[in-house]
Structure formats: C-alpha cells, structure tokens
Ligand binder design. Sequence first.
Ligand SMILES: Cc1cc2nc3c(=O)[nH]c(=O)nc-3n(C[C@H](O)[C@H](O)[C@H](O)COP(=O)(O)OP(=O)(O)OC[C@H]3O[C@@H](n4cnc5c(N)ncnc54)[C@H](O)[C@@H]3O)c2cc1C
Length: 269
Amino acid sequence: MRIVVCVKHVPDIESDRSFDSGRVVRGSASGSLNELDEHPIEEALRILDRLDESERATSELVVLTVGPPAAADALKRAFQLGADVGILVSDDALAGSDYFGTAKAIAQAVRKVSERGPVDLVLTGMAALDGLGSVTPTLVAAELSWPQLTNAAALHLNPESARVERVVDGVTEVLEAPLPALVSVTDHINRARMPNFKLIMAARTKQIETWTLADLGLDAQLVGHAGARIRVLDAKPRPEREPVVLITDDGDGSGGRALAEFIINTELI
Ligand SMILES: Cc1cc2nc3c(=O)[nH]c(=O)nc-3n(C[C@H](O)[C@H](O)[C@H](O)COP(=O)(O)OP(=O)(O)OC[C@H]3O[C@@H](n4cnc5c(N)ncnc54)[C@H](O)[C@@H]3O)c2cc1C
C-alpha cells in the first residue's frame, strides 16, 4: 500500500507575516506544518499500523509538499510523526501559483510517486490555515481524474474502496469510492500523535527528495505566475484596531449617561 499525504508549510500564525508585491513572503524560516495536515498523516499511520509486518514492509507513507525550500520544514515535522518518504516540489517558476497551479504540481508529483509503485490513496487536510481555500484537494482529484471524498470525519479502507462519513448540516453521509481515491479529512477524524524520542531520532536520518518542474515534466507556463488565472491585486496587513473605549460607572449612573453620549457621538444610532 502506498499513501501520499499532501502537507503544506504555512507561515507561523503567531509570527509577523510580510507581503511583497501582493504576495505572502513564503521563504521565511518561521513557518511550520499546517496543523490540520497532522490529521491526514495520523490517519495514514493508523491505516499502515493495521497492516501485518510483511505488508507494512512493502508499504510507504509519502509526504508531499509544493513550496519554497523552507517548506522542507513541514516534511521534517512529518518525518517526526512517522512518515517514510518526503518529497518537496520546488522551483522558482512555481512562485505566484494559484490554486490550479498548485494542484497541477501536486497531481504531477503524485503521478511521479506512482513510478515507485501504485498509489492507493491521497490524503489531505481540510484546509491550509493561511490560505483557507479548502479547494486544493478537489482540484488535485480533478487533475488526476480520481474520485474525491472530502471532509471525512471517519475513514474505513477496504482492499478496493474507501468509505467515509461526512457530517453535513446535522446529517451524516456515508460515501464510498473505488481506489485510488483522494480523501480530505477534518480535524475530528482523529487525535494526532505527538512525536516520540525514537521517531525524532529516526527522522534525522531521513532524506528529502527535491523535484523541480523539469523532474516532473511539467510545463512552467502552466504553473506559477505565468499560469495563474487569479491575479492578486493587493494584500495588506489588517489595520490596527481602534483603541478600546472603557466607560466606567461610579455607582451614580454616570456610566449610563457616558455610554448614551458615546453611542450618540459615534452615530451608532
Ligand atoms: C510556491 C507557491 C507560490 C505561491 N504563490 C502565491 C501567490 O503569489 N499568490 C497567492 O495568492 N497564493 C500563492 N500561493 C498560494 C496558493 O495559491 C495556495 O497556497 C494553494 O493553492 C493552496 O490553497 P490554500 O492555501 O487555500 O489551501 P487549501 O485548499 O485550504 O488546502 C487544503 C489541503 O490541501 C493540501 N495542500 C494545500 N496546499 C498545498 C501545497 N502547497 N503542497 C501540498 N499540499 C497542499 C493540504 O493537505 C491542505 O490541508 C503559492 C503557493 C505556493 C506553493
């Protein structure tokens, strides 16, 4: 069995993020594995943990990311969780990729991974915490012409098919698709494990494979700024919040009057 988990390197939410020509600066060292991508990794590990020893020995959990060189950090974190193989698709021509370009690169990389042996399943998170597009999984499935089962809250894998439970507006849908398939999972599907000492030590010896567009045989005109159908016209940090106005009351009703005056003066009514 071969499972590819797509992971994204996202800027640290706590850090100061910067923009250049309307783009997020992605090369910064203060990034990390998209937290929501720990769940597809965990799900893949659980599937592989259920295999017997000989099946596990011939199986692979491949983690794949498309991004600048710093995105390798997301793969290193995935190694610490137990991934076997890490692949970074990185090329200057990928800068400025929109959803379609990113999905093209991921899909082409999945095809290349299948040269190692058939890929049964591609797992993704439900969203990347920086872009929040929640669209990459669907586009990757479309590129591959594979069935997609999105936002799975439970996944049951059979030899020939994947079955998921999906909670939509109070209804639990049960959907099934033949393998190979793409499944995106929610953060409710499992509780992601913490890396242990043994895994952290093992992760140090694992090598990341870096593939360029030439390695993928992908035309640079189809990705990056050249292939983007979306143009980012502007992106700027959220303005500072207005200072908070604190109205106090000394027990003489002055607070109520001050509040009424504030509402009238700021034309809230
Ligand atoms: C090299 C590069 C350059 C970019 N340049 C620009 C730019 O100039 N302007 C701009 O607006 N956007 C840019 N982007 C952002 C890009 O459009 C989005 O990051 C991407 O399409 C994913 O959308 P999202 O972040 O909303 O992820 P979602 O669709 O919310 O992600 C859902 C899931 O898809 C998978 N996934 C998402 N992205 C990746 C990835 N890169 N690799 C592997 N798995 C992934 C993860 O499993 C994730 O949980 C760039 C991205 C890359 C990688």
